[in-house]
Design a protein around this ligand. Sequence first.
Ligand code: CTP
Length: 401
Amino acid sequence: MSILSGKKILLGISGGIAAYKTAILVRSFVKAGAEVKVVLTPAAKDFVTPLTLSTLSKNPVHSTFYDTEEENALWNNHVDLALWADSMVIAPTTANTLSKMANGTSNNLLLACYLSAKCKIYFAPAMDLDMYKHPSTKTNIKKLQSFGNVLIPAASGELASGLVGEGRMAEPSEIVSFIEKDMLSKLPLREKTVLITAGPTYEAIDPVRFIGNRSTGKMGYAIANRAASLGAKVILVSGPSHEILEYPSIQKIKVESAEEMYKAVHEHFGNSDIVVATAAVADYKPANRVTKKIKKKDATLEIELVPTKDILASIGKIKKTQFLVGFALETNNELENAKGKLKRKNLDMIVLNSLQDKGAGFATVTNKITIIDASEQISEFELKTKKEVAKDIFDSILRKI
Ligand code: CTP
């Protein structure tokens, strides 16, 4: 999945011949999963039509501060447009627009959006080679870079004038991969490995029966998706679960029993930087696994149970630099129990779910958590979707690592 998936991109098109390529650019962003809105300078409309761009982006396209053709003229709020965006891409950036951006001129909608934007801004210059070489252009580019705007350098090649040289806008595919690479390089968990346990475990009684629990794996899978979206290499050790992962890059190791989960976790623990244990691991397993199906009898049946290994506590004992996050699902005396587990298992953070909170726990799409860190500082959160909870958990982890 592209890092652009789900991202909101405001594409600003200024009036140069390279604007004809922006139809492909919009299409490429949309194909990568981004939501795209387009603003044009009035001059850009001579090179590419708003109809093409609105059809491809599936959003209205604006070039003026208000739409004059409407009976009730509508104000195109540049502040809203700019704040909506996760990234603004100005392609092509003509010499004229470049100069206005560098000097704070705001005489069209694109420039007003640019000045209002708080998001990351990419600009892809396009102009004739002598214009590109001109000291004022170089100075303007440097000025924009000093504002934190990211240059997508122009390429060399044949220009509209017939001259050959530097000044050609980067191709749409190059712009997309440039932005993807730039975004990936800035992800906070890049080069980190996150190991996650999720789901229930099944402890076999005989070949057809097991002792399990009601965990679905929803929370663990949401955490795995979040970690991947932050650029981490993710290893998910999952008990039986029907949940689906959003990121194909996540390495999923399927296990059934606590013992299998224990082995998989220990195999990968040494190479991990962060471990989040969300699995509802069985605390007991049948002492003996019967190899043949147990037949029904009139008498009562007793199954002897023995404790499983505590996976999290076992890695807590051997941890070096790893950041360990546990979960505590409690029904009573919640804070004290969670703090007890934090200490006992040598964790850096514990996420408490109370089954007394409506909407928290197994099989729900929501969860209500309290995070306790190693210094026993407590942060309470509202009832949220598990996806939002996963974000809160990683925001807290990122503040600590
Ligand atoms: N855990 C684990 N291995 C186990 C049991 C628990 O790794 N055998 C992990 C869970 O994934 C969770 C944390 O330990 O992150 C706490 O699990 P929980 O079931 O709440 O606590 P227990 O230690 O099992 O204690 P109790 O069941 O008595 O509350």
